[in-house]
Design a protein around this ligand. Structure first.
Ligand code: SF4
Length: 984
């Protein structure tokens, strides 16, 4: 090996020999087709012990993490680097040891993170800029230089700006490629400065907890996972944290040791159900009825926390008998306000204005001497004469009266006895915590479920108390990064003021909602697809909520006409350039076969920035290689579950010609500016680099300076700089931080160390950012009246996809973060090796399907083929395909989204009603991939004939590999990407 550095050795394609020798004791010659190999002497080992020792020597250890993987883990890892290669990683013990009565956060990690050093050099790693030379999706590429790639992209962007305006340039980073460091900031900065359309991927991935938003005015509500320890009853409702919150689930186990009862509510006997002391299995999409039945029982048992309900909810607010609407000031006085509301004060036996509502002069919900009635009928003198009014609680009682034990049993399949057992537990539990997570968002009527869960919790006075309440997800802000985001509209002086003054949540929410409409260029990705990707027609002919009197399209048109929603670019301006960074829309979007047929031809250039060859990349025009997680510096986004900011240092240089996203954006800004000036294109493009770099302050290599800036300017990490952070790997939060774009936590850490959300409202009595200033269960918006959803209720799914007997659902998988690890051979060996559908034994028997056989799944929209896993944990009529198989892993590349039309729910467009409005990342149309009616039938063809092999079978890899023509950049040509990938 004399004269060869380790990296040179890898580049020569011979590292695989050594790596395999080390790992498997099987030396092999460099054998990848098309790669020139040089004879390299193998190391001399005398015994197996030598191999073992060699494997446990390293040059250095670097603190890293999985920077842009969209997991809720945030785990620090020690990366062991030898000869310029990360050979392995280990969970780093960088967490504090709190009190003896509370478990700590060490260790944190999961099996995906523990094999990222392998994934980063896997066969589908992209290492050089690639340009398509055959038709889209043909798999024929040539390697080009960065200069060629960036010039082509810059010119395409300028062409689009000239032809249709900057909004015809579309940028999508979904939610699976976001961090708190320079990379995400750089992408959002560049495309915002350009005036491009940024797709709001929260709704597009089904991550909008609309019911939480409708009730609380925010959906970003969560606490730390060690706070689970403080609950008496811990309910995992519609989520599966054993698979999806791997680093945190131990807190549930430890809570159980402390005496908490752990309950799972899920249709299937999920991995989490196996750890519960009670598994309640309502039929799919029926559980809002269960929650409402439990709420009825809580009231009938006299277990309502009335003091809490009077102050913290809209249940005492007076509602007119004649119109069914809240009594408003405008009813009482000519010219009165529509956002001032009333209660009946039992202390004074008179009507009284409720404090803290949107139109109130009080900035607190504190009742003082008021004692609002929860029952009764009263008469008030209105401008037009006397009006009969009742507290809203009375109407709630009437509605809940519909959810008797028998009716709930009929809807949910949960017996009356089991309902009673659960209700008794909730009525007696001081601290009940319902963890619902994002899994509860992904069905058509998910908002009704969430409203029902929050109601159940509020009746017991739980939200805002330690170890209690309902939680979904929240990110903790590193507001130091905001200064790099255009569109915040804040001057230096305003930012300084905000360091010492925290505006109330309602003011912040109003500002974000206004910016979402007027300043930012985000558009809900679902609306974008309806306007430009051909799924609009399907929506109208497909799903229809029977309770709505008008077709969905009419609600959308009205929302657009009234300015409640906006779609960019407008329907008559076709999108021209699409840039996706790290995301995989042809895997995620509904009906990808329709999107590909309708949208793809409109796009003059499709560019994917990624470190791996996804299905979308395979069907793009230009692929730009992004640096892997261990090849750059950054900050993992900060989740409420873990009170640490986790950072990742660069362990090795980017593989091949890969680059970090900040660098790519900086260079792209330079190319756009240069080409704009050469072509005489005016506007932001002509000064893009000047703006992007802030007059030269942030250069192409400024990542470390930006990281330092973010950390020093953020309350959570104040006083810590990048140098200190990168050595430590983790910084204990100094502050939970302010309310903001993705945080509605509204709490600080408690003296005991954990934190629970919403204490700002409950202990601090600050109004919730809703119209009524309360947890608002009554939405008397005209559209909600039309849909009979003024109060929470249960509704059946609209049946998008046709009348078919099996409801197909899913869940996030344990084995991948979205599609990132889906093709990792090592992890696939721990599963069935490829896509599978879990189906019940009864359904399988009825169709003559045996375990492992291939089946065809179809409905009115499409079909796909997959292997069956016959599972006893599912009831008849249910089927599950866990999340994020790549379409290329299915025969004909037809993935499981081909049956998912994901209709929008028209009520989600409602506006002109306090907090009901479009708000980026928080409210809007939601992707609903679960609960899809399908039919399943046995395929008679054997596995091989169906075109899919088991994982590890070369045929699988061959279908996702791609061929390179001679490189225009002069590099040696490879016939397979694996030929240039160093295999360990
Ligand atoms: Fe933790 Fe996410 Fe990495 Fe897994 S992938 S170890 S959950 S940071």
């Amino acid at each position: 090996m004399a004269g060869l550095t380790r990296r040179e050795l890898l580049a020569a394609g011979t590292a695989g020999s050594l790596a395999l020798a080390l790992r498997g004791l099987v030396p092999r010659a460099g054998s990848v087709a098309g790669v020139a190999t040089a004879p390299v002497p193998l190391p001399v080992y005398s015994t197996v012990a030598d191999l073992y020792r060699a494997a446990w020597r390293w040059d250095r250890v670097v603190r890293g993490t999985h920077l842009r993987a969209n997991c809720f883990g945030a785990c620090s890892f020690d990366l062991f680097v030898k000869d310029g290669v990360v050979w392995r990683e280990e969970q780093a013990d960088v967490y504090e040891r709190p009190d003896v009565d509370r478990p700590d956060y060490a260790p944190r990690g999961c099996q995906k993170g523990a094999c990222y050093s392998d994934l980063m050099v896997s066969p589908d790693r992209v290492t050089h800029p690639l340009e398509r030379v055959g038709p889209r999706g043909s798999g024929r590429w040539r390697r080009i230089s960065w200069e060629q790639a960036l010039t082509r992209l810059a010119d395409a962007i300028l062409d689009a700006i000239e032809a249709g305006g900057p909004e015809t340039v579309i940028f999508d980073n979904g939610t699976s490629n976001v961090d708190d460091g320079p990379d995400s900031l750089g992408e959002m900065r560049l495309f915002s400065l350009l005036g491009a359309t940024l797709l709001d991927g929260f709704g597009g991935t089904g991550d909008l907890a609309m019911g939480a938003f409708q009730t609380w005015g925010t959906s970003f509500v969560d606490g730390s996972s060690d706070d689970w320890m403080r609950s008496d009853t811990l309910i995992f409702w519609h989520c599966n944290p054993v698979s999806t919150r791997i680093p945190d689930f131990h807190f549930a186990t430890e809570a159980r040791y402390r005496g908490a009862e752990v309950i799972t509510v899920a249709p299937d006997y999920s991995p989490t159900a196996t750890h519960a002391s009670l598994w309640v299995n309502p039929l799919p999409a029926s559980d809002a009825a269960l929650a409402l039945g439990l709420a009825r029982s809580i009231i009938e048992r006299g277990a309502v926390d009335e003091a809490y309900v009077r102050e913290q909810t809209d249940l005492p607010f007076l509602v007119r008998d004649d119109t069914g609407r809240f009594l408003r000031q405008s009813d009482l006085v000519p010219g009165g306000r529509d956002d001032v509301f009333y209660v009946w004060d039992l202390a004074g036996d008179r009507i009284s204005e409720a404090p803290g509502t949107r139109g109130s002069e009080d900035s607190s919900v504190e009742l003082g001497d008021l004692h609002p009635a929860l029952v009764g009928r009263f008469e008030v003198a209105a401008a037009a004469g006397p009006l009969a009014v009742r507290p809203m609680m009375e109407r709630l009682r009437e509605r809940l009266g519909d959810y008797t034990s028998d009716r709930v049993a009929e809807i949910t399949g949960v017996s009356a006895a089991l309902q009673e057992r659960l209700a008794a537990r909730l009525a007696g539990s001081r601290r009940t915590l319902i963890y619902a997570s994002w899994g509860s968002n992904k069905q058509y009527h998910a908002d009704l479920l969430q409203r029902s869960l929050i109601l159940l919790s509020a009746l017991r006075g739980q939200q805002g108390r330690s170890g209690s309440g309902v939680r979904f997800a929240a990110w903790l802000p590193l507001e130091g990064g905001n200064t790099l985001l255009p569109g915040t509209g804040l001057s230096w002086l305003q930012r300084q003021v905000l360091r010492f003054y925290t505006p109330p949540p309602r003011v912040i929410e109003d500002a974000i909602a206004a910016a979402s409409q007027q300043v930012m260029t985000w558009t809900p990705s679902h609306l974008f697809l309806h306007a430009h990707a051909g799924i609009d027609e399907i929506q109208d002919s497909d799903a229809r909520d029977a309770a709505l009197p008008r077709p969905a399209r009419e609600y959308l048109r009205e929302a657009l006409d009234r300015g409640w929603m906006k779609v960019r670019p407008a329907a008559d301006r076709p999108p021209r350039v699409f840039v996706a960074s790290g995301v995989n829309p042809l895997r995620r979007w509904p009906l990808p076969q329709v999107v590909e047929a309708e949208l793809w031809p409109k796009l003059e250039l499709i560019t994917v920035i990624d470190f791996r060859m996804s299905t979308t990349a395979l069907k793009a025009d230009l692929v730009l290689p992004a640096a892997g997680y261990y090849e750059k510096q950054g900050i993992k986004y900060v989740v409420a579950l873990s009170p640490y900011v986790i950072v990742g240092d660069r362990a090795v240089e980017p593989l091949g010609e890969a680059r970090g996203e900040w660098k790519i954006m900086s260079l792209l800004a330079e190319h756009i500016q240069q080409r704009a000036r050469e072509r005489g294109v005016a506007g932001p493009a002509a000064s893009l680099l000047d703006q992007f770099s802030d007059g030269g302050r942030w250069g192409t290599d400024s990542e470390a300076a930006i990281l330092d800036h973010i950390l020093r300017e953020s309350a959570a990490t104040r006083g810590v700089g990048w140098e200190e952070a990168r050595r430590a790997g983790a910084i204990r939060l100094r502050s939970v931080g302010a309310w903001g774009t993705t945080s509605g936590v509204g709490s600080e850490t408690e003296p005991g160390g954990t934190f629970s959300p919403s204490r700002l409202h409950v202990e601090g009595r600050r109004p919730w950012p809703t119209l009524t200033g309360r947890q608002q269960f009554y939405l008397d918006h005209p559209w909600f009246e039309e849909g009979d959803e003024v109060l929470p209720r249960w509704k059946p799914l609209p049946g998008a996809g046709g009348a078919h007997p099996i409801l197909l659902s899913g869940g996030h998988t344990r084995w991948s973060i979205h599609a990132i690890w889906r093709a990792h051979t090592g992890l696939l060996r721990l599963q069935r090796g490829g896509p599978i559908v879990w189906m019940s034994a009864a359904d399988a028997r009825e169709r003559g399907i045996r375990d492992g056989e291939r089946v065809r799944i179809w409905n009115d929209h499409g079909e796909f083929e997959i292997a069956a896993k016959v599972a006893s944990g599912l009831a008849a009529g249910q089927a599950l395909v866990y999340h994020a198989w790549e379409p290329y892993q299915f025969p004909g590349w037809r993935g499981n989204m081909e049956v998912v039309s994901s209709p929008y729910k028209p009520l989600h467009f409602a506006g002109d009603y306090g907090h009901l409005r479009y708000r980026m990342f928080c409210a809007g149309p939601v992707h609903v991939p679960r609960g899809v009616p399908v039919q399943i039938e046995r395929l008679s063809r054997p596995l091989e004939a169906a075109g899919a092999g088991p994982v590890g079978d070369p045929s699988v890899l061959a279908r996702r590999s791609y061929e390179l023509e001679s490189s225009s950049s002069g590099s040696s040509a490879n016939s397979k990407i694996g030929g240039d990938s160093p295999v360990r």
